[in-house]
Design a protein around this ligand. Structure first.
Ligand code: BEZ
Ligand code: FE
Length: 287
Protein backbone atom coordinates (compact mmCIF):
# COMPACT_ATOMS: atom_id res chain seq x y z
CA UNK A 1 0.00 0.00 0.00
CA UNK A 2 1.64 3.20 -1.20
CA UNK A 3 0.93 6.82 -1.89
CA UNK A 4 -1.36 7.20 1.08
CA UNK A 5 -2.70 10.70 1.56
CA UNK A 6 -4.91 12.52 4.04
CA UNK A 7 -7.99 10.98 2.44
CA UNK A 8 -6.83 7.35 2.38
CA UNK A 9 -4.61 6.91 5.47
CA UNK A 10 -7.40 6.10 7.95
CA UNK A 11 -8.83 3.26 5.89
CA UNK A 12 -5.33 1.89 5.28
CA UNK A 13 -4.59 1.68 9.01
CA UNK A 14 -7.96 0.05 9.73
CA UNK A 15 -7.38 -2.52 7.00
CA UNK A 16 -4.07 -3.43 8.67
CA UNK A 17 -6.05 -4.70 11.70
CA UNK A 18 -7.84 -7.43 9.78
CA UNK A 19 -5.72 -10.27 11.20
CA UNK A 20 -6.11 -9.24 14.84
CA UNK A 21 -7.44 -12.32 16.64
CA UNK A 22 -8.63 -10.63 19.83
CA UNK A 23 -11.99 -9.19 18.72
CA UNK A 24 -12.33 -6.79 21.65
CA UNK A 25 -8.82 -5.40 21.11
CA UNK A 26 -9.59 -5.03 17.41
CA UNK A 27 -12.81 -3.11 18.17
CA UNK A 28 -11.04 -0.80 20.60
CA UNK A 29 -8.09 -0.02 18.32
CA UNK A 30 -10.40 0.44 15.30
CA UNK A 31 -12.44 3.01 17.19
CA UNK A 32 -9.33 4.66 18.61
CA UNK A 33 -7.78 5.10 15.16
CA UNK A 34 -11.03 6.48 13.74
CA UNK A 35 -11.46 9.00 16.54
CA UNK A 36 -7.77 9.97 16.64
CA UNK A 37 -7.70 10.66 12.91
CA UNK A 38 -11.04 12.51 13.05
CA UNK A 39 -9.67 14.65 15.90
CA UNK A 40 -6.52 15.56 13.91
CA UNK A 41 -8.67 16.49 10.91
CA UNK A 42 -11.17 18.48 13.00
CA UNK A 43 -8.51 20.70 14.59
CA UNK A 44 -6.28 20.65 11.48
CA UNK A 45 -3.40 19.54 13.72
CA UNK A 46 -0.04 21.10 12.74
CA UNK A 47 3.30 19.29 12.98
CA UNK A 48 4.40 21.64 15.79
CA UNK A 49 1.22 20.90 17.75
CA UNK A 50 1.61 17.16 17.19
CA UNK A 51 5.19 17.40 18.53
CA UNK A 52 4.01 19.40 21.55
CA UNK A 53 1.43 16.70 22.27
CA UNK A 54 4.10 13.99 22.08
CA UNK A 55 6.32 15.99 24.45
CA UNK A 56 3.41 16.46 26.86
CA UNK A 57 2.63 12.72 26.97
CA UNK A 58 6.34 11.94 27.35
CA UNK A 59 6.39 14.31 30.35
CA UNK A 60 3.35 12.58 31.84
CA UNK A 61 5.20 9.26 31.54
CA UNK A 62 8.40 10.61 33.09
CA UNK A 63 6.44 12.05 36.01
CA UNK A 64 4.83 8.69 36.75
CA UNK A 65 6.34 6.26 39.24
CA UNK A 66 5.04 3.92 41.94
CA UNK A 67 3.98 6.89 44.11
CA UNK A 68 2.68 9.30 41.49
CA UNK A 69 0.32 8.29 38.65
CA UNK A 70 0.25 11.27 36.33
CA UNK A 71 -1.69 9.34 33.64
CA UNK A 72 -4.57 8.76 36.08
CA UNK A 73 -4.54 12.46 36.97
CA UNK A 74 -4.73 13.21 33.24
CA UNK A 75 -7.68 10.84 32.86
CA UNK A 76 -9.35 12.38 35.95
CA UNK A 77 -8.94 15.99 34.82
CA UNK A 78 -10.21 15.20 31.31
CA UNK A 79 -13.33 13.56 32.77
CA UNK A 80 -12.46 10.11 31.38
CA UNK A 81 -12.35 8.54 34.86
CA UNK A 82 -15.82 9.85 35.70
CA UNK A 83 -17.17 8.63 32.34
CA UNK A 84 -15.75 5.11 32.85
CA UNK A 85 -16.93 5.03 36.50
CA UNK A 86 -20.44 6.12 35.46
CA UNK A 87 -20.67 3.46 32.72
CA UNK A 88 -19.41 0.74 35.08
CA UNK A 89 -21.82 1.67 37.90
CA UNK A 90 -25.28 1.90 36.41
CA UNK A 91 -27.34 1.13 39.51
CA UNK A 92 -31.07 1.08 40.26
CA UNK A 93 -32.53 4.29 41.67
CA UNK A 94 -32.10 4.40 45.43
CA UNK A 95 -28.61 2.89 45.51
CA UNK A 96 -25.75 5.08 46.68
CA UNK A 97 -23.96 6.46 43.65
CA UNK A 98 -20.32 5.66 42.91
CA UNK A 99 -17.64 8.18 42.09
CA UNK A 100 -13.95 8.19 41.11
CA UNK A 101 -11.46 6.04 43.02
CA UNK A 102 -8.60 8.56 43.01
CA UNK A 103 -4.91 7.78 43.48
CA UNK A 104 -4.67 7.85 47.29
CA UNK A 105 -6.17 4.50 48.28
CA UNK A 106 -3.60 2.30 50.04
CA UNK A 107 -3.79 -1.48 50.51
CA UNK A 108 -3.12 -2.72 54.03
CA UNK A 109 -4.59 0.17 56.01
CA UNK A 110 -5.03 -0.60 59.73
CA UNK A 111 -8.15 -2.38 60.99
CA UNK A 112 -10.24 -0.50 63.55
CA UNK A 113 -13.24 -1.28 65.78
CA UNK A 114 -16.36 0.85 65.53
CA UNK A 115 -15.84 3.92 67.71
CA UNK A 116 -12.06 4.04 67.15
CA UNK A 117 -10.24 7.15 65.94
CA UNK A 118 -8.91 6.48 62.43
CA UNK A 119 -7.14 9.88 62.34
CA UNK A 120 -4.17 8.35 64.18
CA UNK A 121 -2.64 11.77 64.70
CA UNK A 122 -3.57 13.39 61.37
CA UNK A 123 -4.04 17.14 61.78
CA UNK A 124 -7.63 18.40 61.77
CA UNK A 125 -10.73 19.20 63.79
CA UNK A 126 -12.24 16.03 65.31
CA UNK A 127 -15.21 14.58 63.48
CA UNK A 128 -17.56 11.74 64.50
CA UNK A 129 -18.84 9.81 61.48
CA UNK A 130 -21.72 7.33 61.60
CA UNK A 131 -24.45 5.72 59.54
CA UNK A 132 -25.92 2.47 58.31
CA UNK A 133 -25.08 0.10 55.47
CA UNK A 134 -28.26 -1.28 53.93
CA UNK A 135 -29.45 -3.13 50.87
CA UNK A 136 -31.95 -1.69 48.42
CA UNK A 137 -34.78 -3.49 50.23
CA UNK A 138 -33.84 -1.74 53.48
CA UNK A 139 -32.18 -4.84 54.97
CA UNK A 140 -29.16 -4.16 57.22
CA UNK A 141 -25.85 -5.32 55.81
CA UNK A 142 -23.84 -6.75 58.70
CA UNK A 143 -20.10 -7.30 58.51
CA UNK A 144 -19.59 -5.09 55.45
CA UNK A 145 -15.93 -4.14 55.01
CA UNK A 146 -15.69 -0.35 55.07
CA UNK A 147 -12.44 1.30 53.96
CA UNK A 148 -12.19 5.04 54.60
CA UNK A 149 -9.48 7.50 53.62
CA UNK A 150 -9.20 11.26 53.56
CA UNK A 151 -6.84 14.24 53.46
CA UNK A 152 -5.79 16.14 56.61
CA UNK A 153 -6.34 19.80 57.52
CA UNK A 154 -3.37 20.76 55.31
CA UNK A 155 -4.99 19.08 52.30
CA UNK A 156 -2.56 16.14 52.17
CA UNK A 157 -3.09 12.39 52.38
CA UNK A 158 -0.70 10.51 54.68
CA UNK A 159 1.17 9.10 51.65
CA UNK A 160 2.01 12.66 50.55
CA UNK A 161 3.93 13.43 53.76
CA UNK A 162 7.55 12.53 52.98
CA UNK A 163 9.43 10.66 55.70
CA UNK A 164 6.31 9.47 57.56
CA UNK A 165 5.15 5.95 56.74
CA UNK A 166 2.30 5.86 59.29
CA UNK A 167 -1.26 5.28 58.08
CA UNK A 168 -3.19 8.37 59.15
CA UNK A 169 -6.80 9.30 58.45
CA UNK A 170 -7.42 5.94 56.80
CA UNK A 171 -8.58 2.60 58.05
CA UNK A 172 -10.79 -0.46 57.72
CA UNK A 173 -13.93 -1.14 59.80
CA UNK A 174 -16.84 -3.58 59.64
CA UNK A 175 -20.52 -2.79 60.02
CA UNK A 176 -22.32 -4.11 63.10
CA UNK A 177 -25.18 -6.65 63.14
CA UNK A 178 -27.75 -3.89 62.51
CA UNK A 179 -25.67 -2.43 59.64
CA UNK A 180 -24.42 0.52 61.71
CA UNK A 181 -20.87 1.84 61.54
CA UNK A 182 -19.29 4.66 63.50
CA UNK A 183 -15.80 6.03 63.89
CA UNK A 184 -13.91 9.17 64.77
CA UNK A 185 -11.75 11.02 62.26
CA UNK A 186 -11.06 14.64 61.27
CA UNK A 187 -13.13 17.16 59.30
CA UNK A 188 -12.56 16.88 55.54
CA UNK A 189 -11.14 20.00 53.89
CA UNK A 190 -10.80 20.95 50.20
CA UNK A 191 -7.41 20.25 48.62
CA UNK A 192 -5.72 20.68 45.25
CA UNK A 193 -4.89 17.52 43.30
CA UNK A 194 -1.11 17.19 42.80
CA UNK A 195 -0.40 19.97 40.29
CA UNK A 196 3.39 20.31 40.23
CA UNK A 197 3.68 18.22 37.04
CA UNK A 198 2.54 18.25 33.39
CA UNK A 199 -1.16 17.90 34.33
CA UNK A 200 -0.88 20.94 36.62
CA UNK A 201 0.71 22.91 33.77
CA UNK A 202 -2.09 21.75 31.47
CA UNK A 203 -4.74 22.98 33.95
CA UNK A 204 -2.91 26.32 34.20
CA UNK A 205 -2.75 26.70 30.43
CA UNK A 206 -6.49 25.98 30.23
CA UNK A 207 -7.37 28.50 32.96
CA UNK A 208 -8.53 25.71 35.30
CA UNK A 209 -7.94 25.32 39.04
CA UNK A 210 -6.75 22.03 40.62
CA UNK A 211 -9.08 21.99 43.66
CA UNK A 212 -11.37 19.21 44.85
CA UNK A 213 -14.22 19.96 47.27
CA UNK A 214 -13.82 18.48 50.78
CA UNK A 215 -14.73 14.79 50.83
CA UNK A 216 -14.32 11.51 52.66
CA UNK A 217 -13.59 8.38 50.58
CA UNK A 218 -15.41 5.08 51.19
CA UNK A 219 -15.00 1.66 49.62
CA UNK A 220 -17.61 -0.82 50.87
CA UNK A 221 -17.67 -4.54 50.09
CA UNK A 222 -20.04 -7.21 51.37
CA UNK A 223 -20.86 -10.73 50.11
CA UNK A 224 -23.89 -10.69 47.82
CA UNK A 225 -23.55 -6.97 47.03
CA UNK A 226 -21.71 -4.97 44.38
CA UNK A 227 -18.60 -3.16 45.57
CA UNK A 228 -19.24 0.53 46.16
CA UNK A 229 -16.43 3.07 45.67
CA UNK A 230 -17.61 6.55 46.51
CA UNK A 231 -17.06 9.75 48.51
CA UNK A 232 -19.22 11.85 50.80
CA UNK A 233 -18.82 15.55 49.95
CA UNK A 234 -19.09 18.40 52.44
CA UNK A 235 -22.09 20.64 51.87
CA UNK A 236 -21.26 24.33 51.39
CA UNK A 237 -17.82 23.74 49.90
CA UNK A 238 -17.02 26.38 47.29
CA UNK A 239 -15.61 23.78 44.85
CA UNK A 240 -18.69 21.51 44.70
CA UNK A 241 -19.58 22.82 41.24
CA UNK A 242 -16.06 22.99 39.84
CA UNK A 243 -14.38 19.80 41.13
CA UNK A 244 -11.11 19.43 39.18
CA UNK A 245 -11.96 15.75 38.51
CA UNK A 246 -15.74 16.04 37.95
CA UNK A 247 -16.63 13.61 40.76
CA UNK A 248 -19.45 15.40 42.62
CA UNK A 249 -22.98 13.97 42.69
CA UNK A 250 -25.74 15.80 44.59
CA UNK A 251 -26.81 12.60 46.33
CA UNK A 252 -23.35 12.34 47.92
CA UNK A 253 -23.34 15.83 49.48
CA UNK A 254 -23.91 15.83 53.25
CA UNK A 255 -23.75 18.17 56.23
CA UNK A 256 -20.77 18.18 58.56
CA UNK A 257 -22.54 19.61 61.63
CA UNK A 258 -20.32 21.81 63.82
CA UNK A 259 -20.59 21.53 67.65
CA UNK A 260 -19.07 23.54 70.46
CA UNK A 261 -16.98 21.67 73.03
CA UNK A 262 -19.08 19.25 75.04
CA UNK A 263 -20.14 15.61 74.91
CA UNK A 264 -19.59 13.83 71.59
CA UNK A 265 -22.08 11.24 70.23
CA UNK A 266 -20.01 8.38 71.67
CA UNK A 267 -19.97 9.97 75.13
CA UNK A 268 -16.42 11.35 74.86
CA UNK A 269 -16.02 14.70 76.66
CA UNK A 270 -14.53 17.05 74.00
CA UNK A 271 -12.60 20.11 75.14
CA UNK A 272 -12.47 21.53 71.60
CA UNK A 273 -15.13 22.12 68.95
CA UNK A 274 -15.94 19.08 66.82
CA UNK A 275 -18.21 18.03 63.95
CA UNK A 276 -20.54 15.15 63.26
CA UNK A 277 -21.43 13.53 59.95
CA UNK A 278 -24.16 10.95 59.38
CA UNK A 279 -24.39 9.12 56.08
CA UNK A 280 -26.17 5.91 55.10
CA UNK A 281 -25.05 3.74 52.17
CA UNK A 282 -27.42 1.65 50.07
CA UNK A 283 -25.72 -1.22 48.26
CA UNK A 284 -26.90 -2.92 45.06
CA UNK A 285 -27.23 -6.71 45.12
CA UNK A 286 -24.72 -8.46 42.88
CA UNK A 287 -26.24 -10.62 40.16
C1 BEZ B 1 -8.92 12.00 45.35
O1 BEZ B 1 -10.05 12.31 45.66
O2 BEZ B 1 -8.24 11.48 46.22
C2 BEZ B 1 -8.42 12.30 43.98
C3 BEZ B 1 -9.17 11.94 42.89
C4 BEZ B 1 -8.68 12.22 41.62
C5 BEZ B 1 -7.46 12.87 41.46
C6 BEZ B 1 -6.73 13.24 42.58
C7 BEZ B 1 -7.22 12.96 43.85
FE1 FE C 1 -9.65 12.52 47.79
Amino acid sequence: MRNLDENTITQAVLARLEHATDERLKDIVTSLVRHLHAFAREVNLTEAEWEQGIQFLTGVGHFTDDKRQEFILLSDTLGLSTLVTAMANRKPLGCTEATVFGPFFVEGAPEYQNGDDVANGARGEPCFVSGFIRGLGGEPVAGARIEVWQADADGFYDVQHAGDDAHRARGVLHSLANGRYHFRSIVAEPYPIPHDGPVGRMLDALGRHPWRPAHLHFMITAPGYERLVTHVFRDGDKYLDSDAVFGVRSSLVAQWIPHEEGVAPDGTRMNTPFSTLEFDFILNRSS
